[in-house]
Each structure stands twice: as structure tokens, then as C-alpha cells.
Write a protein that binds this ligand. Structure first.
Ligand SMILES: Nc1ncnc2c1ncn2[C@@H]1O[C@H](COP(=O)(O)OP(=O)(O)OP(=O)(O)O)[C@@H](O)[C@H]1O
Ligand SMILES: Nc1nc2c(ncn2[C@@H]2O[C@H](COP(=O)(O)O)[C@@H](O)[C@H]2O)c(=O)[nH]1
Length: 298
């Protein structure tokens, strides 16, 4: 059917659709900062790299209030101190205002620098479905110098999973025995469901040979490894956004709705703990993320 709208009407409708899409994109970015999926520094970087992007179009006021613990009152005091007008958008900040905002963020949210003297015991953790297993498999296939630990678990194998390759599938009694015999470097009940643990002997052998051992484990396990070896290298894998994380979990199709909800609850707590890690790597592309981790692990 012919479009009966006049050209100005068509333009108005298109512009209003674009405005709605842009508002949605900005809301998603704000949620990602609030959920700690990305740091405020990362959002500011995106805005300054591309002022025409959704990040660039964000007002400084909405940017600041997306940071946990900054409310409207604090926001206005900060803007006053930094000499930034509340109507400014991130992409439109002048160079002095950019530096002032960056300095403020670095004081408030210091981005962690790589530690010197780290050991070759490398932990890869991150929220459910971020792609830890996929990235770890890529590292195994393309970086044979890195030993990927095979965990023991009480969970049932998924279709295609092979005992001794993906996990050692054990029952509760065997898991208890492994703990009692001191054969696990760390262990935890994950997502309030099954138990998982890292067999100690292969890791000790790999480290004694001067090689790198990579453990793909949960946050509780990462904390235990840190306590046992403070020089261990802890890497946190991040999704590009919260919505993408949910999309990956649903798309994988290996959990029912109840288990997915349980995993997403754990994911929120895990994302909040990313500051405990030495490095953060965004899994936007499997090969890129895997190579970055392999570089850190060397
Ligand atoms: N960079 C990526 N881009 C798009 N999809 C990805 C990416 N990385 C992984 N995926 C997909 O996301 C889903 C979850 O990945 P994976 O099972 O590796 O996550 P996980 O972090 O090991 O999860 P869990 O902790 O629940 O075991 C899979 O379907 C995988 O194919
Ligand atoms: N603490 C440990 N966590 C582990 C270990 N092996 C795997 N995991 C974590 O469990 C969840 C769920 O894994 P899934 O294969 O059931 O999806 C995931 O976060 C893994 O990182 C381990 O040895 N110790």
C-alpha cells in the first residue's frame, strides 16, 4: 500500500524511532555501569573515542548517577567541583573537563595495574555463560604451552562431555574422599548446586616444570587460590554487556529457567567482585580474548 504520509511526517517518524533507539542504548550502557559489567572509565573511553555513539550522547548527569553510590546530590557537587555544566554530554566535553573527569574516576575507581612477580598459576573466573569454557578451550587448542586444569565435579555430564577431558565426573563419596586426602587445591559448591574442585597433583607438576597452569573456576575457588598463593594471577572474564550475558546463557540452552535464574543471581555477586582480580578481559571475541589471556599468562 502507498505511504500516505508527507515527507516531513516520514522524517519525523524516522527521527522519533532513532531517538527511542538511542535512549534504549543509553539505558543499556547505564545498566552495564550500574551492574559493574563495564567500568565508568571504559564508558568514558567509548564516549571520547566516538562522540556520535550512544556513550558520547550520554549526559554527564546520567553518566555519574549510573555509578553505584552516586546519587543526585553527590552528582551535583561533583559537577560543581569539576567545573562541568550539567547539560553537557560526554562526547561534548572539552579537553580540560575530560582530564578532570578522568582524574576523578581514577581516584574513585582505580583501575588495577598488573602486579609484578606474579606466579604461573593463572585463574580464569567470571559470571556464568560469559564464555570461560569456550575461551579456555580456545587457549587449549592454540596455546599448547599452557596446561588447562581438568576439574572434578559431582554434576552429571552434559551431552558430549567426556570423563577425564572436560571434567572428572565423580559421586559425592569420591568428592569427599578427594577433600579428606588433600588431593584438591581448592573446591566449592557452585550456584548452590554441584561441587567442583581442582586436582592438586597435576598443577604442582606443571608449575615445578616451570610451565603455566590455567584454572577455569568460580569466584570462591579463585579466592581460595589467592589465599593459598598470593602471587597467583587472577583474570576476570567480562561480557560485553549484561544483556549479552543473558543472551549467551539462554542461547546455550543447557539449563532450564530455574537454573538460569539461579546462575544469574550468582553472576551479579561475581560481577561485583571483579575488583579483586589482577586483570579484566572482555570476551567480545573468543580468539581475541583467548590471545589476551595467553599473553597475560606467559
Ligand atoms: N565471544 C563470544 N561471542 C558470542 N558467543 C560466545 C562467545 N563466547 C562464548 N559464547 C557462547 O556463550 C555460551 C556460553 O559459553 P560457555 O559455556 O563457554 O560459558 P561459561 O562461562 O563457561 O559458562 P558456565 O560458567 O555457566 O559454565 C556458549 O553458547 C558459547 O558458544
Ligand atoms: N571452584 C571451582 N569452580 C569450578 C571448577 N570447575 C568448574 N568450576 C566452575 O563451575 C561453574 C559451573 O560450571 P559448569 O561446567 O557446570 O557450567 C563455572 O563457573 C566453572 O568456572 C573447579 O574446579 N573449582
Amino acid at each position: 500500500m502507498a505511504d500516505s504520509r508527507t515527507p516531513p511526517e516520514v522524517d519525523r517518524v524516522a527521527a522519533s524511532r532513532r531517538a527511542v533507539a538511542a535512549r534504549r542504548e543509553r539505558a543499556a550502557l547505564k545498566k552495564d555501569v550500574a551492574m559493574r559489567v563495564i567500568t565508568p572509565q571504559e564508558l568514558l573511553r567509548r564516549a571520547l573515542d566516538d562522540p556520535a555513539s550512544a556513550a558520547g550522547a550520554m549526559r554527564v548527569t546520567e553518566f555519574l548517577t549510573s555509578i553505584p553510590a552516586i546519587g543526585a546530590g553527590k552528582r551535583d557537587r561533583i559537577l560543581d567541583d569539576l567545573g562541568i555544566s550539567p547539560v553537557k554530554r560526554l562526547g561534548g566535553l572539552g579537553s580540560r573537563q575530560r582530564s578532570a573527569l578522568r582524574r576523578f574516576l581514577d581516584e574513585r575507581w582505580p583501575e588495577l595495574e598488573p602486579r609484578g612477580g606474579r606466579s604461573r598459576l593463572v585463574v580464569l573466573a567470571g559470571p556464568t555463560a560469559v564464555g570461560k569454557g569456550t575461551v579456555a578451550a580456545h587457549i587449549k587448542a592454540h596455546h599448547p604451552e599452557i596446561h588447562l586444569s581438568v576439574s572434578a565435579t559431582t554434576r552429571a555430564p552434559r551431552p558430549g562431555e567426556v570423563d577425564g577431558e572436560h571434567y572428572y565426573f565423580v559421586d559425592d563419596a569420591e568428592f569427599d574422599r578427594l577433600i579428606a586426602a588433600g588431593e584438591l587445591l581448592e573446591h566449592a559448591t557452585v550456584h548452590n548446586a554441584s561441587r567442583y574442585g581442582t586436582p592438586r597433583a597435576p598443577i604442582e607438576r606443571v608449575l615445578a616444570e616451570g610451565r603455566t597452569a590455567l584454572l577455569e573456576i568460580d569466584l570462591q575457588g579463585a579466592r581460595q587460590v589467592r589465599a593459598a598463593d598470593p602471587s597467583a594471577t587472577l583474570v576476570f572474564l567480562l561480557p560485553p554487556s549484561w544483556d549479552e550475558l543473558v543472551h549467551r546463557l539462554v542461547g546455550r540452552g543447557t539449563e532450564g529457567a530455574e537454573e538460569r535464574a539461579r546462575r544469574l543471581r550468582t553472576a551479579k555477586a561475581e560481577l561485583a567482585a571483579q575488583g579483586e582480580f589482577d586483570y579484566r578481559v572482555v570476551n567480545d571475541d573468543v580468539a581475541r580474548a583467548a590471545d589476551e589471556i595467553a599473553r597475560l599468562a606467559r
